[in-house]
Write a protein that binds this ligand. Sequence first.
Ligand SMILES: *[C@@H]1O[C@H](CO)[C@@H](O)[C@H](O)[C@H]1NC(C)=O
Ligand SMILES: *[C@@H]1O[C@H](CO)[C@@H](O)[C@H](O)[C@H]1NC(C)=O
Ligand SMILES: *[C@@H]1O[C@H](CO)[C@@H](O)[C@H](O)[C@H]1NC(C)=O
Ligand SMILES: *[C@@H]1O[C@H](CO)[C@@H](O)[C@H](O)[C@H]1NC(C)=O
Ligand SMILES: *[C@@H]1O[C@H](CO)[C@@H](O)[C@H](O)[C@H]1NC(C)=O
Length: 782
Amino acid sequence: MWSILYNTLLFLSPLTPSSLHTLSSHHPERYHGPDTDGGAWSEAYGKAKEVVGQMTVEEKVNLTTAVTGQCQANSGGVPRLGIPGLCFNDGPAGPRYTDFVTQWPSEFTAAASFDRDLIEQRAERIGKEFRGKGINVELGPVTGGPLGRSPYAGRNWEAFTPDPYLSSTLSFLTVRGMQSSGLITCAKHYILYEQEPVCDGPLDDEGGRTGCRDVSSEVDDKTMKELYLPSFAETVRAGTGSIMCSYNRINGTAACESNDALNRILKDELGFKGFVLSDFGATHSTVPSALGGMDMELPGERYYGKNLLKAVHKGDISESKLDDMVHRILTPWYAAKQDTDYPKINYQKYDLSDKVDINGHTFRNEHVNVKGNNALFARKVAAESTVLLKNSGILPMKGIRRIGVFGKDADYPSTLSGCGPDLFCLVGSRRRYWNGTVTIGGGSGAAYADYIAAPIEAITLKARQHGIRVDHVLQDDEAYYGSMGWIAYQSEVCIVFVSVFLVEGWDREHLRLDKKGEDLIRHVESHCAGEVVVVLHSGGQVVVEDWIDLPKIGAVLFAGYPGQETGNALVDILWGDVNPSAKLPFTMGKSAEDWPKDNIIRKMGKGSYPLSKFSEGLAIDYKWFDKHNITPRYEFGYGLSYTSFEMSALVIEEDYGKDRDTIQKTNERYEGEKDLYDNLYMAKVNVTNIGKVSGAAVAQLYMTFPEDENDQPPKHLRGYAKKFLEVGQMSTVEFSLRKKDISVWDVDRQLWRIPRGTFTFRVGNSSRSLPLSVELKISSLH
Ligand SMILES: *[C@@H]1O[C@H](CO)[C@@H](O)[C@H](O)[C@H]1NC(C)=O
Ligand SMILES: *[C@@H]1O[C@H](CO)[C@@H](O)[C@H](O)[C@H]1NC(C)=O
Ligand SMILES: *[C@@H]1O[C@H](CO)[C@@H](O)[C@H](O)[C@H]1NC(C)=O
Ligand SMILES: *[C@@H]1O[C@H](CO)[C@@H](O)[C@H](O)[C@H]1NC(C)=O
Ligand SMILES: *[C@@H]1O[C@H](CO)[C@@H](O)[C@H](O)[C@H]1NC(C)=O
């Protein structure tokens, strides 16, 4: 969400046509939507029902509405019955707006670890930090809005990956891990939110955008069910207490009042039992929103509160509908046991001082330290998520005596609050970039850092231990090229730091580096006495063709947005204390033309809102490259190691296993007897470390549907497993295939079904290096 934009730039859409509808244009029955029964939270639902039974209409409305408070957003409570309002706070990379917390590697960075255990532990630790501050609901994780349809989207770094299988597994584990401490998660941004609004007004005084319109996403049913919905389905299964509706429109209707998206798909087909809250400023109406399925308006009272009360009194919204909204809000709160055992709110979001006075309230920050030993774990996550893209053998560094370090991106941010304490840099007329090393993007996905272990700090400390000389020019500007050349000319290894800083609200205009990073790399390369190591801190794909094949480019590391432990994690990789094992969770093309044209809408168009047709259907990211036979620079799943692995003996066998992971059952329809989330088959492969150092392999399983499914892209990731192996060690890796993993969405019959015919499964170390294959013939129903 855009709290800053919302607060300061007023990035609000005008009234939408649907908000102007009179009630008579809606069919009340159709718009009621399913009532929650709590599902697995039936006991909690019972408690919610009982307490709601004692509430007045005003009190019920209060629970659905924002009030002024000390958190980023606060909902009303019912003091008379001992029900407190809830405290909401961003975001997926750690608690934003406060101190004594950890700035974690962003989701998109952590996804590159391809490590399920690591991701779940990361989530558990983040969840405990939120809990420790007394936050009831974390506004995260980002689980598929955006998913990553376009490399230009300014917010892809907030989410995991454009691959729906990888995103689904990580979404499930992240919600389960975060909620294990009693925190309530909010999966966001639901749904089809794959780009920022289109803005055609002049920039305002602060460099902000004006004349903005939300884009309407038009997606066919099959693509919705097979590509954009699965990660949200996994968060429902994992029991997420809340879901945030997004800024965009869906088939012309605002997502936060979309009966199709909220009532029909989320609450009915997925059987979601918790509540839907609005992204900040994404509410455009009272009656259509409430009837469409939005249960709570944040972060201020605009359409709910008094307006909702009026609509209930008038009979435009039934009291039973209001009851369901309130049941949905209180049920997860009871289910998480926040009524009996939860820390009090002990921070205030306005600044980092001890107290602020707002509207007659005094809010305090007790500076509670919730970090524990998370710095060490965050360092591990960052190192495990650093992708080695190229290596001549220069890495790990051995016997090196003189290092040169180049680029502002190696430096400390000019203050800890480089772009304001919120890390929110405007990139408009005043083009304020993050001024120092990039550890996270800007906007709601940002998280505060208590410190940043800058690359120059970590490299210098390490070098000192080894008696290595370090020279540096921590600048990007051509004015410094002279001294850079001089230093490069005397360095055995030249480490160049370059970046792409992305900010919510701003889609990318190109896929190049910020601040002419390409020129910096080429300049250092032309002068370096030895070899160049390039470190990329970017929140998305970068076109590297200008420089990647230059003769002295020895190694390239894609470090993503690694969070506060950036330098320490990097040093672990450079010196080989950690053997790189991360894989790209997206495709790096050779040129911008490799991706479908216009998959970001940049013009208003002829209608009253910009329209984006997702005409590529299922074929995004590697599936697009595969389908159109485009050779990428680095494919999805690619990443080097300091050792090498051999895979052998791929088999697939029937291996039925009842689903034991589901926390809340979905309501998805399917053909056959076995549950959609039961395991049906198991693939196995032997992996051996045949190199000279220990390290972790990521075995990847890709599936091709039977020929008759001719609308399917050539292959789909359907399994991955990370295994640490000593030199010479062999291990058998297993991939469970659930019924859903081998099913397609049948649009005519509106259910999941397993196609009959011959499936092909391939295993290897990337989406384009799959030496082993096995076929599986399915002729009967499961
Ligand atoms: C609404 O919620 C606020 C915050 O919890 C509370 O102060 C106020 O009394 C509530 N109003 C009612 C009618 O309960
Ligand atoms: C949007 O419209 C398309 C085309 O009519 C349809 O296939 C799809 O199901 C609609 N999406 C939603 C969420 O209703
Ligand atoms: C960035 O840091 C340099 C000092 O290294 C300073 O001169 C410059 O003004 C800073 N820029 C911004 C936008 O803060
Ligand atoms: C992947 O495996 C192939 C053999 O199938 C091997 O040639 C290649 O070096 C491996 N690549 C990586 C990145 O490990
Ligand atoms: C694969 O590993 C298993 C043990 O994990 C072993 O029994 C089997 O013989 C191995 N197969 C091959 C071909 O190495």
